[in-house]
Design a protein around this ligand. Structure first.
Ligand SMILES: [Fe+2]
Length: 198
């Protein structure tokens, strides 16, 4: 027998605290449509609008308009060097992704290797950003540049791109690294030296 001292709740409809989104719209069909769109973009050559320049939240200027650099004996000079390297590592990572997206028809072994290299560039970028922070500076303290981006074009073939970015530009960076390492070692900044070797 029902306790008459309590209200009869059996007939009361309690509205849900929040509407169930799965009942409001067909979420799964939207997710399926997004998957199909992403698959199309990633597997169809030239299927999407390619940015010719990346977005940046830091000042961007041609190298000719950058302020003069100080010597590496000063902390600021070493930070400036790391700042320039950060700009290069960021572009190297971005252009690796760009090549992966623009040439989905490339052989899978090539794409896997390029993905590995691109992830390595992201590690270099992280090391540079951490090094800058340790020296008390941040990305954007000085102007940045888009020199690497300006060397590529949406008209590039895959061979063009490999030769320009992944052999010539990155190869030149490796050539320069030895001299930079010796300069940093010369000022006994072992942390930055190890970072560059990293
Ligand atoms: Fe790198």
């Amino acid at each position: 027998m029902r306790d008459m001292s309590r209200p009869d709740m059996s007939e009361v409809t309690i509205p849900p605290a929040f509407p169930n989104p799965l009942e409001e719209v067909n979420v799964w069909s939207k997710i399926d449509a997004l998957h199909a769109k992403a698959h199309h973009l990633l597997t169809t050559p030239r299927a999407f609008h390619r940015p010719t320049l990346p977005g940046r939240e830091v000042p961007v200027r041609p190298l000719s308009q950058h302020p003069p650099k100080g010597g590496l004996s000063l902390k600021e000079g070493r930070a400036r060097l790391l700042h320039d390297l950060t700009s290069i590592e960021l572009q190297a990572m971005e252009l690796g992704v760009r090549t992966l997206l623009e040439f989905p028809e490339a052989p899978s072994a090539f794409r896997e290797e390029l993905l590995r290299v691109t992830l390595e560039e992201s590690r270099h970028l992280k090391l540079c950003l951490e090094g800058l922070e340790q020296l008390g500076f941040s990305f954007g303290t000085w102007p940045t540049h888009l020199t690497l981006w300006n060397c590529v074009s949406e008209e590039d073939s895959l061979l063009d791109r490999v030769l320009i970015v992944h052999r010539y530009l990155e190869g030149s960076g490796l050539d320069a690294s030895d001299a930079l390492l010796r300069r940093l070692t010369g000022v006994k900044d072992e942390k930055s030296s190890r970072r560059w070797c990293g």
